[in-house]
Design a protein around this ligand. Structure first.
Ligand code: ADP
Ligand code: MG
Length: 697
């Protein structure tokens, strides 16, 4: 591998490149737009475009594309060559400022949730100059926001950018009211840890379910799963290591600071974590990371599975969204310092987050909901579907002091002796970790651990930014109006702690006791995506998104429709795939096995030997009766899909039919097929088993 310093960011039109290549005045104007969020002068755009094009051509690019993030959750790109034919039959390479700042993809084939009919096709993409352009597959990719002809957001980036402005505005008001005169901007920082599975491509290709749905719809439990806990942080196998190396290198070229890689808990499961950065760039980077993960895998005859639950019975994948707020003059607003009890600013921001999470738990829950994640949240491996906050011993103690009238001390971690004189005495953190909490304070940031592995992190972040902005705006108004700011801070903290301590839970989030306790506390436990979507049209939530100009009512309603439509389509595809596999692969295979058994019984009988045929007969009876059940279950599922697909009424009702009828029938069919898998000859089973998929690299 070449020098990391040299390759890092080599395919990015980043600040260093701009500084070096742009005329000073252009560079300054662009920087001002980026830093202060001012509109861009078209003359500046022309200069930037021309220089960007020259740089891209030098790097071998032939095309440019506005790269955007429609509501499909993945990215979209339409490539245009730089080419412009000349009168003499030749061509010159052109790229104008107009082409840089605005694109016009046909919007009619992207999900809009009813905002726009297909005949109203026009959509626009607008350059997000705060996220740098980059080169991918010989195209200059320009990060953009995507909206309709009437100005509604049709993507995940627009609300994210809006929410960042909202949070900055309100956080600045609070800082100012607390006496800060130096900060001029607050950004939210995000570091997403990405989990994924890697399987062999040839094995993958023999599974229709993986091909069509990204997860296994059938599959008996293999003799070995993750019970020995030998995969987590285990030595990385050669093929995986080669994959991770190439992946890191590709990501580094794109300026993505891939930092940590390791094996995860489930066999064939791994994780990648980058160094955190500003939210919109972190989101762009995560979208790119997922894209590159899949591409690099294919190059190495592997397949990367980003689905939340590719395999039943072992852990699924999530994305841990580490989130904090930072100022442009270098402060992390969630850094407690060594004496958090007298860190007024920290406590105000901390308690604002606690209140926001408690009051808008429904919005946070839906931001982490997708059909895949329904297999995880609430199962005993991922955080429960109940939103709660882990603070740890030190902060818990401070909150208790605040509630009793004022905090005067902070517990410290001290030192830890390992008991071997040659080993160093380690400074101990004031607080242990908690792996079972959906929203855990981890030293100087919160880790939102519910997020789905395959989904964009835009949603959780724009929700988080907006709900925190809302509470900060309330705090700011109170502080601005207060005669005695210190006394008001104390009043706010006491009130927030008293009212919202219910959402704080430091125990085992996976336990049944917690489910019961949370119910007593009145915390919602929303188990399914379908039910979670309701939060998108609740009045309180519509109001908060509208107030901070992140999503209008129409935009929220469209997202509600899209979430339900996506649910319906996903389960429909899964059910149809199951039916096809059951009918055309599993049923013929088990019939063949039964026929062989029957033939064998007849052959042995024909010899006239008085052989004991109970084993064959019993097996034949068992397989035949399960085969009959299989056939019956296929018919039941077909009928259920038919009914749900043809349901009239609103999308919510249809989605409910898919969740509470189709989905349940799928599980019943699977149980029968998986039992058959354990009975029949491995050679006649028509697809690779879990053992083949999980342990063959
Ligand atoms: P762990 O698995 O122990 O939780 P990792 O090192 O795998 O931790 O990931 C932690 C993530 O949190 C990294 O992406 C890191 O960059 C990110 N992070 C650290 N500090 C902040 C911060 N202030 N804001 C946002 N993310 C942060
Ligand atoms: Mg980690």
């Amino acid at each position: 591998m070449s020098n990391l310093g040299e390759i890092f960011g080599s395919n990015v039109f980043n600040d260093a490149v701009m500084k070096e290549r742009l005329p000073k005045a252009t560079y300054k104007a662009l920087q001002k737009t980026i830093a202060d969020g001012l509109p861009l002068d078209p003359a500046v755009a022309d200069v930037v475009a021309s220089i960007m094009k020259d740089w891209a051509l030098e790097k071998g690019a032939t095309h440019f594309t506005h790269w955007f993030q429609p509501m499909t959750g993945i990215t979209a790109e339409k490539h245009d060559a730089f080419i412009a034919p000349t009168a003499d039959g030749k061509a010159i390479m052109e790229f104008s400022g107009k082409e840089l700042i605005k694109g016009e993809p046909d919007a009619s084939s992207f999900p809009s949730g009813g905002i726009r009919a297909t005949f109203e096709a026009r959509g626009y993409t607008a350059w997000d100059c705060t996220s740098p352009a980059f080169i991918k597959d010989d195209s200059l990719c320009i990060p953009t926001a995507f909206c309709s002809y009437t100005g509604e957001a049709l993507d995940k980036k627009t609300p994210l950018l809006r929410s960042m402005e909202a949070l900055s505005k309100q956080a600045l008001r609070v800082l100012k009211a607390l006496g800060n005169t130096t900060t001029s901007k607050v950004i939210t920082t995000v570091g997403p840890e990405q989990e994924y599975f890697i399987v062999d491509k040839k094995t993958f290709e023999q599974r229709k379910d993986l091909i069509f749905t990204g997860r296994t719809l059938f599959g008996a439990k293999p003799p070995k799963g993750q019970e020995l806990e030998d995969h987590y942080f285990g030595s990385i196998k050669e093929r995986i290591s080669a994959y991770m190396k190439e992946l890191d290198e590709e990501l580094w070229k794109l300026g993505i600071a891939a930092k940590t890689k390791h094996n995860e808990v489930a066999p064939a499961q791994h994780e990648l974590a980058p160094i955190f950065c500003t939210t919109n760039i972190a989101t762009d980077h995560n979208q790119l990371t997922m894209d590159i993960m899949k591409k690099v895998a294919l190059r190495q005859d592997l397949v990367c599975l980003l689905h939340e639950k590719p395999f039943a019975g072992i852990n699924g994948s999530g994305k841990h969204n580490n989130w904090s707020m930072a100022t442009d003059d270098g402060m992390n607003l969630l850094e407690p310092g060594s004496t958090p009890h007298d860190n007024k600013q920290f406590l105000v921001f901390l308690c604002s987050v606690i209140k926001a999470v408690d009051e808008y738990a429904g919005l946070l829950r839906v931001s982490a909901a997708n059909p895949g994640n329904d297999h995880r949240l609430g199962a005993n491996e991922a955080p429960p579907a109940i939103i709660s906050i882990f603070l740890g011993e030190q902060l818990q103690d401070i909150l208790e002091q605040i509630e009793k009238g004022g905090a005067t001390s902070s517990k410290t971690g001290g030192h830890m002796e390992i008991g071997v004189t040659t080993l160093p005495s380690l400074p101990k953190d004031a607080t242990d970790r908690n792996r079972t909490s959906p929203f855990a304070f981890t030293g100087n940031k919160f880790e939102f651990r519910m997020c789905p592995s395959s989904a964009s992190i835009a949603e959780p972040n724009f929700i988080l930014n907006t709900i925190v902005a809302e509470v900060l705006s309330e705090v700011a108004s109170r502080l601005e109006a207060a005669k005695d700011v210190c006394a008001e801070v104390k009043a706010i903290l006491t009130e927030y702690v008293t009212k919202h301590k219910n959402v704080v839970f430091n125990g085992n989030g996976y336990s049944d006791e917690w489910v019961a306790e949370a119910e007593k506390r009145g915390l919602p436990n929303i188990k399914t995506t379908v039910e979670a979507t309701k939060a998108l049209i609740e009045e309180k939530n519509l109001a908060v998104m509208e107030k901070h100009a992140v999503l209008s009512r129409v935009e929220m309603e469209s997202r509600y429709e899209i979430a339900l439509e996506t649910y319906v389509k996903t389960i429909n595809i899964e059910a149809l795939t199951m039916i096809e596999m059951a009918k055309r692969q599993i049923l013929p295979a088990v019939i063949k096995f039964a026929t062989t058994l029957a033939a064998s019984i007849n052959t042995i009988k024909a010899t006239g030997v008085a052989a004991d045929l109970t084993a064959q007969t019993e097996l034949l009876t068992e397989v035949s009766s399960l085969t009959a059940s299989l056939k019956k279950n296929i018919a039941v599922l077909e009928e259920s899909v038919d009914k749900a697909s043809n349901a009239h009424g609103d999308t919510y009702e249809q989605a409910s039919l898919f969740r509470f009828d189709v989905f349940e029938k799928m599980a019943e069919l699977r149980t029968v097929a998986d039992t058959l898998e354990t009975l029949v000859d491995k050679d006649v089973w028509p697809m690779p088993t879990y053992g083949d998929l999980l342990f063959n690299l």
